[in-house]
Design a protein around this ligand. Structure first.
Ligand code: AMP
Length: 488
């Protein structure tokens, strides 16, 4: 099993149809993408053994698609690097993965001064495309590594989750079974970084021969994104919750061809989700996943959003096809309905471990189960609700307080645009709840708002008004940075 087969199929069935677009401009047909990938593969094979890591550090660019399939055709391992990382963070990933060849966009290459890189639109790169194409791979072991997925590192140094062809095929099948049903008259518009979520979704859409649309800006600009969803047919996209909010903030209606927005990777507050559905209609799908089980642990399908109560909208849905999901207590025994414990999962989608990191692997994979580090509970219907990562839970005077719950309420205040709740050390209580607020509502107004809606003991003892919340390059709020700020 080799993921190159997905491109091979698309090229056989849809040879002359447009495959890769930049903005509205068609760059290549499916037959051309296959030819380019096999030529690139020949040059990689000539230089590297199977299993060699090939890195690509670039903002969203069309070459990422062909390089991914070229790397797989050469039975090598792609290591996509988020373009928003600092050069030192990129260097850490390159060193850790031991990447033998590093492709980089001109912009990234300029910042990666002490690394030998090949620039994506250089003469060297173009010369590769003239090589005699390699034969498609025939006998790849399904468990061979396909992708080293570097985690976003919100809890420390970035680790490389080892994803095999089997893992990504399981993700692909599950996406097509649960979430979306594209065909050759559809498009995947890349809003989020192709090094992560948006790039993982290349596989299912290539299998169906759906267009790969890369915005001209190579990034996420809400108006440009919405324009592209007018101009391309049957558009789907994976977006982080903050990107969905930015689309809503444009005040524009749903573009005629925008069919599906998959959101996830971080909390989508119920209030924000309702606003998004009011603006764009029932096009939303939620995923809960992590690099270690790419895009696939639980989900809420489009239909699950219709006439749904707040408990459903605030949940992360139910187990994805082909995935076992459980909540376990501290001893690893299954938790009761509504009881909070650690979320674990298993299935073909789960990584085989962390690259060259047996200690982290042993701590995370237990008897085939992936320990997600996320806390949650199942309701009687099998809907899972996330209760923050275990380390984010605030224990104040012996009571567990789940920041997400307080944030959900704060965000419903009309004068709050963003809220983040963390614990701060306190002599008397052990920890107290502290809220960081973007918005103009003052402490008394916020207290009054909370007291009408949640238990008094969950109320923040302090509010800090800030212009913005610190976020990493994936748009995830850096709670650690806020806690450190409080400790200082
Ligand atoms: P990453 O591996 O960088 O994609 O981060 C995965 C983590 O993001 C998960 O372990 C969760 O803590 C969080 N996450 C992913 N999806 C969701 C979601 N739908 N709602 C809330 N948090 C999420």
């Amino acid at each position: 099993m080799n993921l190159f087969a997905l491109l091979d199929q698309a090229a056989s069935r849809h040879a002359d149809r447009g495959a890769v677009f930049v903005g509205t401009r068609q760059l290549h047909t499916w037959a051309q993408v296959r030819d380019r990938a096999l030529a690139l593969a020949a040059t990689l094979r000539a230089a590297h053994e199977p299993g060699t890591r090939i890195a690509v550090a670039s903002e969203n660019r069309p070459e990422i698609v062909e390089l991914m399939f070229a790397t797989w055709a050469a039975e090598c391992v792609i290591v996509p690097i988020n373009y928003k990382l600092h050069a030192l963070e990129m260097k850490q990933i390159l060193d850790d993965s031991g990447a033998a060849t590093v492709f980089a966009s001109p912009k990234i290459a300029a910042g990666l001064t002490d690394v030998a890189v090949e620039v994506l639109d250089s003469a060297e790169y173009t010369a590769r495309l003239a090589a005699e194409p390699s034969a498609p791979p025939r006998d790849t072991d399904p468990d061979a590594l396909a992708w080293l997925f570097y985690t976003s590192g919100t809890t420390g140094r970035s680790k490389g989750a080892m994803l095999s062809h089997r893992n990504l095929m399981a993700m692909t099948v599950s996406h097509l079974a649960d979430f979306d049903d594209p065909d050759a008259d559809c498009s995947l518009v890349h809003g989020a970084p192709m090094s992560h979520g948006s790039g993982l979704y290349i596989a299912p859409y290539v299998l169906r021969g759906a267009r790969q649309v890369i915005p001209e800006s190579a990034a996420f600009e809400p108006d440009e994104f919405l324009d592209l969803c007018e101009q391309h047919p049957g558009c789907s996209s994976f977006l982080a919750p903050t990107m969905v909010q930015r689309l809503v903030a444009t005040g524009r209606p749903r573009p005629a061809n925008l069919r599906t927005v998959v959101y996830g990777g971080g909390p989508m507050y119920v209030d924000s989700l309702k606003k998004a559905m009011a603006a764009f209609g029932p096009i939303f799908v939620q995923l809960y996943g992590q690099g270690e089980a790419p895009m696939t642990i639980t989900g809420l399908r489009r239909a699950d959003h219709l006439n749904a109560d707040d408990a459903t909208l605030g949940s992360v849905g139910y187990a994805r096809s082909g995935v076992d999901v459980a909540v376990v207590d501290a001893d690893g025994a299954p938790a009761a309905v509504d009881e909070i414990g650690e979320i674990v999962c298993r299935g073909d989608v789960v990584m085989s471990g962390y690259w060259r990191n047996p200690d982290a692997t042993a701590a995370t994979l237990r008897k085939g189960w992936l320990r997600t580090g996320d806390m949650g509970s199942f309701d009687a219907r099998g809907y899972l609700t996330l209760r923050d990562r275990s380390k984010d839970v605030v224990i104040s005077g012996g009571s567990n307080i789940y920041p997400r719950e307080v944030e959900e309420v704060l965000i419903t205040h009309p004068e709050v645009t963003e809220a983040c709740v963390v614990g701060a050390h306190d002599e008397e209580w052990g920890e107290v709840v502290v809220a960081f607020i973007v918005g103009t509502a003052d402490a008394a107004e916020l207290d009054a708002h909370l007291l009408e809606r949640i238990a008094r003991f969950k109320r923040p003892k302090r509010y800090h008004h800030v212009d913005e919340l610190p976020k990493n390059s994936y748009g995830k709020v850096l709670k650690r940075a806020l806690r450190e700020q409080l400790a200082r």
